[in-house]
Design a protein around this ligand. Structure first.
Ligand code: KIV
Length: 275
């Protein structure tokens, strides 16, 4: 197999994602936490890299994302940006690091100065003031709704969200509030495919899905899940691209390329990976 070299002269920006949304081109997103994998993702032309607080579970061996610190997010963001000048870089603000407006501003500043292009925060309409303050200060936000792992203790486990009409309506209203406040990206985790499709069609901002069906503008997976190396709990929406995508050589770069292509040609996710 011949691979393209890193396209550092063609960085993905928020405008690229908006253009993709308008033209119907899907985009790929993977989590990444270090330079070696970030380099391979540049070669595979993964569009968006998420330095997710999932690193608490897949890198640190914690039982949830709650113990992750802002210093952890800064460290892993710095590691990734050193090796990838192609992808849009999105970094999570971890648990309780945006509980107040002052914390949100200070911690967004820390991860942006580490190299993030976008910060991701979990929640609903209550985040509007944070989103608008960050937007006024030049910080684009991705708002993460549906199953928000930082609230696992409120949900009582990792469960599909937005299943009832009332929950679906609440999620649509939350998205509207956050988009009006200036959110740049919506990320939906573990929601029915039909609801994710509605959100994607209703709003002009790019929508990324994980366990949210094939109709969102982009797809994200946790890298350790799609390489089959995090086996403690394998969610329905995960596909192992190292084993199950005709990747005969079993190489990691091939898995990233196959994932990117499967998202672009809409063969992933299929119905078996959706709710
Ligand atoms: O932290 C993370 O990796 C995430 C994804 C599950 C979307 O938020």
């Amino acid at each position: 197999m011949t691979y393209l070299s890193e396209k550092s002269n063609n960085p993905i920006t928020l405008s690229t994602l908006v253009k993709y949304k308008k033209t119907g081109e899907k985009f790929s997103c993977l989590t990444c936490y270090d330079s070696s994998f970030a380099h391979l993702m540049a070669i595979a032309e993964i569009d968006v890299i998420l330095i997710g607080d999932s690193l608490g579970m897949v890198v640190q061996g914690q039982t949830s994302t709650l113990p992750v610190s802002v210093a952890d997010m800064v460290y892993h963001t710095q590691n990734v940006v050193r090796a990838n000048s192609h992808a849009l870089i999105m970094t999570d603000l971890p648990f309780m690091s945006y509980a107040t407006l002052a914390d949100a501003v200070a911690n967004a500043r820390a991860v942006m100065q580490a190299g993030a292009n976008v910060v991701k925060i979990e929640g609903g309409g209550e985040l509007a003031e944070i989103v608008s303050t960050l937007a006024k200060n030049g910080v684009p936000t991705c708002v993460h709704l549906g199953l928000t792992p930082q609230s696992v203790n409120v949900f009582g486990g990792y469960k599909v969200q937005g299943k009832t009409d009332a929950q679906a309506e609440q999620l649509l209203n939350d998205c509207e509030t956050l988009v009006n406040a200036g959110a740049s990206i919506i990320l939906l985790e573990c929601v029915p495919a039909e609801l994710a499709k509605k959100v994607t069609e209703k709003f002009a901002v790019p929508v990324i899905g994980i366990g949210a069906g094939v109709d969102t503008d982009g797809q994200v997976l946790v890298m350790h899940d799609m390489l089959g190396v995090y086996t403690k709990k394998v969610a329905k929406f995960v596909k192992d691209f190292l084993k199950d995508s005709g990747n005969e050589t079993g190489d990691i770069l091939g898995a990233f390329v196959n994932y990117h292509n499967a998202v672009k040609n809409k063969s992933f996710p299929s119905v078996e990976h959706s709710f």
